[in-house]
Ligand binder design. Sequence first.
Ligand code: AMP
Length: 210
Amino acid sequence: MKLILLGAPGAGKGTQAEILCRELSIPTISTGNILRAAIKNGTPTGLKAKSYMDAGQLVPDDVIIGIVTERLAEDDCKNGYILDGVPRTIAQAAALEKAGITFDDVISIEISDETIMERMSGRRVCESCGASYHMVAVPPKQEGVCDKCGGKLVQRKDDAPETVTTLLEVSHRETEPLKDFYAQRGLLKSVENQPSVEETSRAILHALGR
Ligand code: AMP
């Protein structure tokens, strides 16, 4: 199964992608996680991406397309994949299509800006493995420590309120048009955000006919 998860920043794409990854036994490709790892490792891609990410702006399309096509060519993607956070612009979607990369379903998680603003303030990510948590909704077993790798949990720079406002503006302007793009191709399935992570997962799996 080849999936795209669409949704505003803070819609819960990362959390849902992790769950779907387990349920469907296919890898998640998160451009955000790949970019954060590149920054941590000081690679040329990381250096290029950092200033955009810190400001809540999108990293240029050519950088993103390079990352994704390279990653999707790896062996573990043969039986399917979940794209989390990509494509984020019509140009990226068109470039993936042109590269012959196909999808079976595109899930759009629908959520209000107000709920996102409330939510982002509690988000924490592991600085070692990139796993995401929420102080209220998805707390780690031990405060500040990643359940998976024991790494330190930190607030991302792009989760600061003023950055979140920018992220939402960018998402409405650049990413929302993707819903029409994929609806025209008969692939779009909209799923309303639910009060709990589990309920949203069930709604997504239901939309996928599982
Ligand atoms: P995320 O973890 O998906 O919220 O991504 C964090 C940041 O990485 C975004 O705010 C962008 O600056 C950058 N980024 C991640 N994926 C993309 C993408 N597909 N296109 C452009 N920028 C991206």
